[in-house]
Design a protein around this ligand. Structure first.
Ligand SMILES: NC(=O)c1ccc[n+]([C@@H]2O[C@H](COP(=O)([O-])OP(=O)(O)OC[C@H]3O[C@@H](n4cnc5c(N)ncnc54)[C@H](OP(=O)(O)O)[C@@H]3O)[C@@H](O)[C@H]2O)c1
Length: 255
């Protein structure tokens, strides 16, 4: 522990999924700027290579490793590659997610249901479970799962996505409870509306954004950096006593 800077991640290895853009990219950059060696991951090698190169150009440490969070073999391969290259893993940010449908639950197909659960829940479970031997090594690991305010209160048109995000909250609590004995902390973040490609249909909708700007106590739409700061806190020794926590960053949306 660096008593002078509780946010210092020097010497720690972090993997961030869904890190080629949006919230994940911002998290990968901030963790690297605070000393971590960051594995930038998403499905497309070109996109993660671009982000890793940008981080390295700024003088920080990063590596690009593509993986599909809905493909369990791809996740196992990612963990194997991390083990071979670094021999340790201290921080997992399960940030990648998918939502292939928008509309009512009665119109959600079984295929869409399965896809949402595969990426948003099963993939997060698989990454953490496969990586468990690496996480156990240094008795100071941190898992951060990216849920949503939709995991606390159902989002209109995003019913099964909301179900997946609630499952992720419980998965986090279970991990925190069972893996505390290994020195592993697990926490979950629930962002509100954040300006990224994922949520474009919402923040580009004038009715939605006007309503939010009027109703939110913090009268603006969130930015990826608003989530990155909280992730850094949870990854670091500043959050040494926080585990199983549900951290909302929504500008006050749920009040
Ligand atoms: N934006 C919001 O308003 C908001 C609100 C609440 C919660 N969240 C949560 O925040 C997280 C990040 O969202 P975002 O808004 O930053 O999204 P984004 O800008 O669309 O980025 C999504 C990232 O995930 C990757 N990805 C997508 N499917 C993947 C898969 N199957 N396997 C691996 N990587 C995959 C994408 O890259 P590739 O295409 O290269 O794979 C990309 O890097 C998600 O968990 C989302 O549910 C977002």
């Amino acid at each position: 522990m660096n008593a002078n800077n509780l946010f210092d991640l020097t010497g720690r290895v972090a993997v961030v999924t869904g890190a080629s853009k949006g919230i994940g990219e911002s998290i990968a950059k901030l963790l690297a700027q605070n000393g971590a060696e960051v594995i930038v991951s998403s499905r497309k090698q070109d996109s993660v290579q671009e982000v890793a190169d940008e981080i390295k150009k700024q003088g920080y440490k990063a590596e690009a490793m593509a993986a599909h969070m809905g493909d369990m073999a791809s996740i196992a391969q990612l963990v194997q590659n991390i083990g071979t290259k670094y021999g340790r893993l201290d921080i997992i940010v399960n940030n990648a997610a998918t939502n292939p449908v928008f509309g009512s639950v009665e119109n959600c197909s079984l295929e869409a249901f399965d896809k949402i659960m595969e990426v948003n829940v099963k993939g997060c479970f698989q990454l953490a479970k496969e990586a468990l031997p690496l996480l156990k090594k240094n008795k100071n690991a941190s898992i951060i799962n990216m849920s949503s305010v939709g995991g606390i209160s159902p989002e209109p048109g995003l019913g099964i996505y909301s179900v997946s995000k609630t499952a992720l909250i419980m998965l986090t609590k279970v991990m925190a409870k069972e893996w505390g004995a290994y020195g592993i902390r697990a926490n979950v973040i629930c962002p509100g509306l954040i300006k990224t490609k994922f949520s474009e249909a919402l923040w580009k909708n004038e009715q939605v954004s006007d309503h939010l700007l009027k109703e939110l106590p913090i009268s603006r739409i969130g930015m990826p950096e608003d989530i990155a700061g909280l992730t850094l806190f949870l990854a670091s020794d500043a959050a040494a006593y926080s585990t199983g926590g549900v951290f909302v960053a929504d500008g006050g949306m749920l009040i």
